[in-house]
Design a protein around this ligand. Structure first.
Ligand code: ADP
Ligand code: MG
Length: 739
């Protein structure tokens, strides 16, 4: 039968126990922030407006501010000045190199470092950084994902400076590098990154929202979206992590029986933070604060060894740059503390997964939050306008919004019992839900007095909403007092994907709204009456997307199906919404993606889905064959020896039967997993020759992934019967509870 490989499994078991030993003797690392006042070092590594003012001439400074505020172009001479100021500042801080810092569709951030150093013609060298180098770089980018946009013969990609996100200095050991946030586009001008489309969507939103604001307040000339990103993550000791090939290769435990204690006692949430973890948090927060990331909160999350941090909200483009930077920083700093940060949405089956809640609202140049109810009825008409348009936008494009958060790792979370379901719905809270119901059914009072609380038939809206605290944690998209919280975004995601879609659908919706109101006004309707008339109709039309109940319940799945809402549980099919006629038109009309870009993105995401499953499947195969089976056989052999011995000394069947049962049970599990791995490999082979990316992804989902759970079931059974001292992989109780 199976051949013995005692060496492998013995070694593995050794690693597990060595790892455990080393964890238990690990002290918390001392962290000394530069000052106990965070404001003393907030932003010291950022070339922000304050520093620009110091280093630039008045004209140059003003043209940068204009570029940030209104998107005006920056002249070459100004770019030269900015470059030389940046260089001076960065060199004072000890930088030798600079890089354009961008977000290709790999999901990580990319850098290519160049030194300031340049040899002169006379043999002497100087430190140089010109406006040209600031504004544009040409990384040899042929191996970034591009979805067929860029063939290798036109392999050039451009990175172009984004002045709205300030440059910063990254330290790595003693090396310091000036990082310049940029977009990344192809030679033909198509976006190859996350930032370019986001900036376009924000631009469309700004225009559309300002137009709508004109109905209320002529002084509003700019609307920006704000975003506060809550980041959930798990921590695991680095040694334990290295003893789990699955965590290392895929970011999640592909096997592992749930420990007797999980999160059922609910004793981790908001509990006291373990000392080593606390030191890690202080350390990465310090680094973040230096980089101008306004981290504000930290706490334990629901699952053991799960945590969360959140910054104060910022303008959306900056908030996303900061979140990307934060994820990098956490990873780097964690190593100093012998931790690994797991950003995967579901590292451990059986306990909560991790999300990245995106708190989103709209803010005007006059400082008004458009999603905040006001004091006067007139203000509330403005609030209702943006509030109801958001609901309508989500209603119209729920499938696209679902697609925007689809990924192989988030599939484990959406629809699982503690995460928002794959059905997109909106939670408003009982008070606002009632307000909308009332508006929907009441008559517009055309002669109403502006000072009346029930002006035009708009009921009174309380300024402080009960549901701000009484949160519905089961909703993927919840209103929380003065902002919407898109909770379904995955913890490892770049928020740009979701935010590009959200801001585009909102822009599109607001354009539509303006048109409809204008039409009524042209027909002679009073402006306020016209506004309310359209709002009323929108409330009616988008009613199906509103749900106040328990989003995790089975009844909701049934109810949602009745209402005709989609429930797309897996990525390959959810992604279809990206390339539907409705979506491609939406993107084209709002100048966010052309058709080629929509299709390219669709393809890249399908490819990514397939590749990740392929890796998981391979790791399962390798671990079963070279770790699990040898361990099982070795232990089984011990039992065989034992039975032989018992028989030799003359004991009857009664005494050998329990061991015989175990021997059989082990064989059954081993036989099952061995066969299943072989079959899974066959399915992989079939999948790999499928050319169509969508079909291939579906094959991987339905045929290859189908083996994961059954294999895991039998491996986890083996974990339960095999002697603990022989089991090579750190167990869930160790991954989740060892601190
Ligand atoms: P909770 O942690 O209970 O979800 P918080 O009020 O702490 O709620 O908000 C979470 C995140 O929402 C924070 O990042 C916060 O800065 C952000 N936030 C608050 N107000 C806004 C707003 N108007 N627009 C966008 N984000 C906001
Ligand atoms: Mg929240």
């Amino acid at each position: 039968m199976q051949r013995l490989k005692p060496q492998t499994s013995k070694k593995m078991a050794l690693i597990r126990f060595k790892a455990l030993e080393s964890v238990l003797s690990r002290p918390a690392i001392q962290v000394n922030p530069p000052s106990s006042k965070l404001s003393d070092f907030y932003g010291i590594h950022v070339f922000d407006l304050i520093k620009m003012k110091q280093y630039l001439s008045k004209e140059a400074y003003e043209s940068i501010v204009a570029a940030i505020d209104t998107g005006t172009l920056i002249e070459r001479s100004v770019a030269d000045q900015v470059a030389s100021a940046m260089k001076a500042w960065a060199m004072e801080k000890g930088c030798t190199h600079y890089t354009h810092w961008f977000q290709p569709l790999t999901g990580t951030t990319a850098e290519k470092h160049d030194s300031f150093f340049e040899p002169g013609a006379d043999g002497r060298a100087i430190e140089k950084f010109t406006g040209d180098a600031l504004v544009q770089q040409e990384p040899d980018a042929s191996s970034f994902p591009n979805g067929g946009i860029r063939n290798t013969f036109e392999a050039r990609g451009y990175t172009a400076w984004d002045p709205s996100s300030p440059a910063f200095v990254i330290e790595s050991g003693s090396a310091k590098t000036l990082c310049i946030p940029t977009v990344f586009v192809s030679y033909t001008g198509e976006a190859l990154d996350y930032k370019a489309p986001l900036l376009k969507a924000l631009n469309a939103l700004d225009k559309a929202a300002v137009d709508v604001c004109q109905f209320f307040d002529k002084s509003i000339t700019k609307v920006t979206a704000s975003l506060g990103i809550e980041q959930e993550y798990f921590l695991v000791d680095l040694s334990l992590y290295h003893a789990r090939p699955d965590l290392m290769m895929t970011g999640r435990a592909l096997f592992g029986h749930m420990s007797a204690k999980g999160q059922q006692l609910e004793d981790h949430y908001f509990g006291s933070i373990p000392e080593r973890v606390h030191a890690f948090m202080v350390d990465f927060e310090t680094e973040s604060i230096k980089l101008g990331i306004p981290l504000k909160t930290r706490h334990n999350e629901v699952a053991p060894n799960q945590f969360e941090c959140a910054p104060i909200y910022e303008e959306i483009n900056l908030a996303i740059d900061h979140n990307q930077l934060l994820m990098d920083l956490m990873d780097k700093v964690a190593r100093r503390h012998h931790f690994k940060v797991l950003l995967h949405e579901k590292p451990y089956a059986g306990v909560n997964g991790s999300g990245k809640h995106n708190n989103w609202s709209l803010i005007t140049n006059t400082g008004k939050n458009l999603l905040s109810p006001g004091k006067t009825p007139k203000n509330n008409l403005m609030f209702l306008t943006f509030f109801v348009n958001t609901i309508k936008a989500v209603h119209e494009h729920a499938d696209l919004l679902r697609a925007s958060i689809a990924s192989v790792s988030n599939d484990h979370r959406l629809g699982a019992n503690e995460a928002p379901p794959a059905i997109i719905s909106i939670f408003l809270g009982s008070q606002l839900d009632e307000v909308l119901n009332e508006i929907e059914t009441s008559k517009v009072n055309k002669k109403a007095d502006t000072n009346n609380a029930l002006w035009l038939g708009i009921p009174k809206i309380p300024q402080i909403l009960l549901d701000n605290t009484d949160r519905n944690r089961t909703s993927p998209f919840a209103f929380t007092g003065n902002k919407f919280e898109f909770r379904a975004v995955g913890s490892s995601a770049n928020s740009s994907e979701a935010m590009t879609v959200l801001n585009t659908i909102m822009a599109d919706q607001l354009v539509q709204f303006s048109k409809e109101v204008e039409q009524l006004v042209k027909k002679g309707e009073k402006k306020d009456v016209a506004l309310l008339t359209v709002i009323k109709r929108y409330i009616k039309e988008s009613k199906h997307i509103r749900f106040e109940g328990n989003g995790y319940s089975e009844e909701w799945e049934k109810e949602a199906a009745k209402r005709g809402l989609s429930n797309l549980k897996t990525t390959p099919k959810a992604l279809d919404a990206y390339i539907s006629k409705k979506s491609t038109d939406l993107f084209i009309n709002n100048q966010v993606y052309n058709e080629r870009e929509s299709h390219a993105r669709h393809e890249i995401r399908l490819e990514n889905y397939t590749k990740k499953l392929q890796i998981e499947s391979r790791v399962i195969g390798e671990m079963v064959t070279s770790v699990i089976i040898p361990t099982a056989v070795e232990y089984q052999n011990m039992l065989v020896q034992n039975v032989k011995g018992l028989k030799e000394i003359g004991l009857s069947k009664t005494y050998t039967e329990p061991q015989m049962d175990l021997i059989k049970e082990i064989s059954e599990h081993v036989n099952f997993v061995k066969k299943a791995v072989e079959d899974m490999i066959e399915e992989r082979k079939k999948g790999n020759i499928i050319e169509d990316e969508r079909k291939k992804a579906i094959h991987y989902d339905e045929k290859v992934k189908a083996y994961f759970e059954p294999i895991r079931y039998h491996v986890d059974k083996l974990e339960l019967v095999i002697s603990d001292e022989k089991w090579p992989l750190p167990k869930f109780r160790e991954l989740l509870f060892v601190k």
